[in-house]
Design a protein around this ligand. Structure first.
Ligand SMILES: Nc1ncnc2c1ncn2[C@@H]1O[C@H](COP(=O)(O)OP(=O)(O)OP(=O)(O)O)[C@@H](O)[C@H]1O
Ligand SMILES: [Mg+2]
Length: 202
């Protein structure tokens, strides 16, 4: 069947299913006990640090996480210790694009309308996207095969569609893992998913 025709009929259903999953997982994320969350984050960060993509990457993109998101502090510290160049995106709501800037120190950050800390474009110079080797892609819900639901702006989908060669990894807490995600034509899969799995599966 023609993809466009199919989408015109089912597109709205997919969008509301994605919204429902996004809200459900967001609620779960906000309820994880702090100690449990820290434990999962450390395990996932270690998986990342031992991976080939991390070891190879000279320039890594990440975000400064909100409290309910996977905490990226350990990744930032390790990246700096290993002498990697860290970059963080700034979202431009007008055209829903992202521009990347070097992460230097917290004094060159400003709080965006969305509540996250972003680079101050008046102080910093953008980085050429071609320089980025690895993006740690944030998100709300994921499947083990790499499908993703983000915050709903389409920022990463747009950027990754233009830069298909950049390596992408998402670190996924147990509460963020779902069996299926109804993907739309513009959704870009994450290349590698590191998911937390409890030792004793019931
Ligand atoms: N490559 C693209 N070109 C044009 N529009 C796009 C593209 N990618 C996504 N969009 C639009 O962006 C909107 C949000 O997309 P989606 O619901 O997939 O967001 P998301 O993946 O959760 O967000 P994000 O990537 O910012 O975390 C949709 O209306 C979609 O049509
Ligand atoms: Mg998407």
């Amino acid at each position: 069947m023609d993809k466009g025709f199919f989408y015109s009929i089912f597109g709205g259903v997919f969008i509301s299913m994605k919204k429902e999953i996004r809200n459900r997982v967001l609620q779960k994320l906000k309820q994880i006990p702090a100690e449990e969350k820290t434990f999962q984050e450390s395990e996932l960060s270690q998986k990342l640090f031992h991976s080939a993509v991390w070891k190879r990457a000279e320039t890594v993109s990440l975000t400064l996480s909100l409290s309910h998101e996977l905490n990226t502090a350990e990744i930032i510290n390790q990246g700096l210790v290993e002498g990697k160049k860290l970059v963080i995106p700034r979202c431009q709501p007008a055209n829903r694009t992202m521009t990347f800037y070097p992460f230097t120190d917290r004094s060159s950050l400003i709080r965006s309308s969305f509540g996250v800390l972003e680079p101050d474009p008046d102080v910093l110079t953008p980085v050429d996207p071609e320089e980025i080797d690895l993006i740690i892609v944030p998100g709300i819900a994921f499947t083990s095969s790499g499908q993703r639901i983000g915050h709903g702006g389409g920022y990463y989908d747009r950027f990754l569609a233009k830069h298909p060669d950049i390596e992408t990894v998402s670190l996924v807490l147990q509460e963020q893992l779902v069996k299926e995600i109804p993907t739309e034509v513009h959704d870009i899969n994450i290349k590698q998913i590191y998911q937390f799995k409890k030792e004793s599966s019931s």
